[in-house]
Write a protein that binds this ligand. Sequence first.
Ligand SMILES: Nc1ncnc2c1ncn2[C@@H]1O[C@H](COP(=O)(O)OP(=O)(O)OP(=O)(O)O)[C@@H](O)[C@H]1O
Length: 267
Amino acid sequence: MNAVTISGVGKTFDTKEGTTVALEGIDLTIAEGEFVSLIGPSGCGKSTLMRLVADLEQPTTGSIEVFGKTPDRARRDQDYGIAFQQAGLLPWRTVAENVGLPLEIHKTGKAERTARVAELLELVGLSDFGGRYPDQLSGGMQQRVAIARALAERPRLLLMDEPFGALDEMTRERMQGELARIAGETGAAVVFVTHSIPEAVFLSDRVVVMSPRPGRITDALTMSFAGKTGREEGLREQASFFEMVTAVREALHQGSPTTAVRGVETR
Ligand SMILES: Nc1ncnc2c1ncn2[C@@H]1O[C@H](COP(=O)(O)OP(=O)(O)OP(=O)(O)O)[C@@H](O)[C@H]1O
């Protein structure tokens, strides 16, 4: 079974200023356990596509299935966890209470919740910080709390919209390493929106390239690294890593690597 099946999806927004065709003719399947990044110029509809999968918007045309169900059913079955750019933590709750929130909402018993929260904090390397409040943590730590919370219900799918966009480069690389490890350990499929080509290459099994509005998929590149399967740090220094970065850049620029694409970072 696929984690996500997107068939002929289009999305149009009607506003006072007129109609915006955000997405057109999107076909994409994401396998169970697969890590797929969406990359493309600013405004090409990456977030919209993510919001459609997360049942936060409805497609104008076409259909979406999440583990063979409607996005609405999958949401109610807690099949996916969401982590977006702003960590979105509740400032009046401790780290442990934020991570345990989805479990509390779904009435998991206290003992089980405490055990699961401890496990999640360990997974994201924050075991010593459960009693702190979000404003006592760095941005990277807050993002890790948000990821732990997204994983609370053991989702088979994680939807992440630029989760590391606000972090400094060193923290960002460390977070990428941790996310790669967590995705590997949990076996969850991940759909990941990013503006960074190296970030997409480092993390993904497949990088999906989108065109300027109306957003369409123009390419889907499978990442293959000579003699490497894991996403360990050394990968960033490999010749095949740079080859993949170049391949994605060229796909974005559709063969003319000198033209700048608005909203995409090559660092
Ligand atoms: N609720 C809405 N109402 C009207 N237009 C919208 C709405 N949401 C998105 N759009 C429009 O749809 C298009 C795609 O937006 P979206 O946020 O999905 O792009 P994006 O690729 O995620 O952009 P960025 O990389 O800048 O975050 C944009 O032109 C945007 O203005």
